[in-house]
Design a protein around this ligand. Structure first.
Ligand SMILES: CC(C)(COP(=O)(O)OP(=O)(O)OC[C@H]1O[C@@H](n2cnc3c(N)ncnc32)[C@H](O)[C@@H]1OP(=O)(O)O)[C@@H](O)C(=O)NCCC(=O)NCCS
Length: 168
C-alpha cells in the first residue's frame, strides 16, 4: 500500500479551491456564436476534478453531476471563469461545487452563468475506491455549503434507491 492509501489528516476547504479560465473560441460555439452547453459541462467537470484531486491527493472519477442551469449566454471572445472547491466529504466520495462566471473585458462586465454540484469518488490505479480525508469548513459560507451538501446527498441517495427499486 502506497503512502497516499493511508488515512490522511482533515484538510481545510481552502486547500481545494481552484480556478480555471478559458477564452471562448469559435470552435467552442454554436453557429450563433454562443458557447455550447456541452463544452461548458466539460469545463465544469475539469474544474471540479481539480478541486477533488487537490483535496484527496488521489485519482478521482465523476460519479454524478446535479441539475445545471445556464443563466446567461456566453459569447465567442468572452472569458469563462470557473471556481471550484470541495463542499463536503462523505467516505470515498466528495461533493464539489463549481461556479461559472462570464467576463467581457471590452464592456468590463461579469455575470454568473451557472452553478453545479458534482460528486467524485477517489480511486486507485485499479479503480478500487479509497477513503477521502475529511474537509474542514472555516467560513460561514463554507459551513452553509457543508450543511447543504449533506441535504443534497440525502436527495441523491433517495433518488438512486428509487431507481434501483424500479429496475428490480
Ligand atoms: C461512481 C462509481 C465509482 C460508484 O461505484 P459503485 O460501486 O457503483 O458505488 P458504491 O455504492 O460502492 O458507492 C461508492 C461511493 O460513490 C457514491 N455514489 C455512487 N453512485 C453515486 C451517484 N450516482 N451520485 C453520487 N454519489 C454516488 C456512494 O454514495 C459512495 O460514496 P461514499 O463512499 O462516500 O459513501 C462507479 O459507478 C463508476 O466507476 N462509475 C463510472 C465513473 C466514470 O467513468 N465517470 C466518468 C464519466 S463516464
Amino acid at each position: 500500500m502506497s503512502d497516499n492509501h493511508l488515512p490522511q489528516d482533515p484538510r481545510p476547504v481552502r486547500d481545494s479551491q481552484s480556478e480555471m479560465a478559458e477564452i471562448v473560441l469559435p470552435n467552442d460555439a454554436n453557429p450563433l456564436g454562443a458557447l455550447l452547453g456541452g463544452r461548458l459541462m466539460h469545463w465544469i467537470d475539469l474544474a471540479g476534478a481539480m478541486a477533488a484531486h487537490r483535496h484527496s491527493r488521489n485519482y478521482v472519477v465523476t460519479a454524478s453531476i446535479d441539475h445545471l442551469d445556464f443563466l446567461v449566454p456566453v459569447r465567442v471572445g468572452d472569458l469563462a471563469i470557473l471556481r471550484s472547491s470541495v463542499n463536503r466529504v462523505f467516505h470515498t466520495s466528495m461533493e464539489v461545487g463549481v461556479k461559472v462566471w462570464v467576463e467581457n473585458y471590452i464592456s468590463d462586465s461579469c455575470h454568473h452563468v451557472s452553478s453545479a454540484y458534482l460528486t467524485y469518488v477517489a480511486v486507485d490505479r485499479d479503480g478500487h475506491h479509497l477513503p477521502v480525508p475529511a474537509v474542514i469548513p472555516e467560513s460561514d459560507e463554507e459551513r452553509r455549503r457543508y450543511e447543504d451538501a449533506g441535504r443534497r446527498r440525502d436527495v441523491r441517495r433517495a433518488e438512486l434507491e428509487r431507481r434501483r427499486q424500479r429496475s428490480l
